[in-house]
Design a protein around this ligand. Structure first.
Ligand SMILES: *Cc1c(COP(=O)(O)O)cnc(C)c1O
Length: 220
């Protein structure tokens, strides 16, 4: 039951950790079930799917996050509807989000995705690229830097996951130390269905949980 999963996750999470329900590939009916259990923050990873769900008559006080790879030609399907883009993975994307915001009068909250896992997927910044961006933070007037997002290696080896999260946790601390002027930089989005318990030991302020709430995705 969606409701039971949400309740047990919520009672297990520390008070400083927000539950983000990852609803990608799940129908609106299940989102509504989660909503009725009190869940308000949902995340999608594909622009088209987000756009359809946002416009499908779901309650208007749902808060949407975007967590997938975002192509710059899809910004208008995403940016008007989300309170946070968690998956900014290149300077080019950041510049385009900033430009879109300038043209449309919006300041977009973003997380910078740090490449931590040993995955085939090369998605995400490296540490030094993030530092370069943050040294130029004042060039991005229509972006608000809120923190980091990361995905641990896809493995059952607890010590590898632990090391991945330790790396992003200490990099977060380094940034907060180095850029005290970034006052809103306080979010660390780590932890999914299989590794959220490890993530909260490393300071997660946001866990992104799909399968453990909604069951297996119906991937077409
Ligand atoms: C799909 C996805 C999740 C949720 O994964 P589960 O293992 O189903 O909890 C979290 N974060 C990102 C970036 C995702 O794409």
């Amino acid at each position: 039951m969606v409701k039971d999963s949400i309740n047990s996750l919520k009672s297990a999470l520390p008070s400083g950790t927000q539950l983000v329900a990852v609803s990608k590939f799940h129908p609106s009916a299940l989102i509504l079930e989660a909503y009725e259990a009190g869940q308000r923050v949902f995340a999608e990873s594909r622009p088209q799917e987000l756009f359809e769900k946002v416009n499908s008559g779901l309650p208007s006080d749902i808060e949407w996050h975007f967590i997938g790879h975002l192509q710059t030609n899809k910004l208008k399907m995403v940016l008007p509807f989300v309170s946070l883009v968690q998956s900014v993975d290149s300077r080019h994307l950041l510049e385009e989000i900033n430009r879109w915001g300038r043209d449309n009068g919006k300041v977009t909250d973003v997380l910078l995705e740090l490449h931590i896992g040993a995955e085939e997927t090369k998605q995400g910044f490296h540490e030094e690229e993030i530092l370069d961006v943050l040294f130029d933070a004042d060039k991005f007037a229509n972006v608000r830097f809120r923190g980091l997002m990361g995905m641990a290696s896809h493995t059952d080896d607890e010590s590898v996951i632990d090391a991945d999260f330790e790396r992003i946790d200490s990099f977060m601390a380094y940034i907060v130390d180095t850029f005290p002027e970034l006052e809103a930089f306080d979010q660390l989005s780590i932890g999914m269905s299989g590794d959220w318990e490890t993530a909260i030991r490393h300071g997660s302020t946001m866990v992104r949980i799909g399968t453990a709430i909604f069951g297996n995705r119906q991937v077409p």
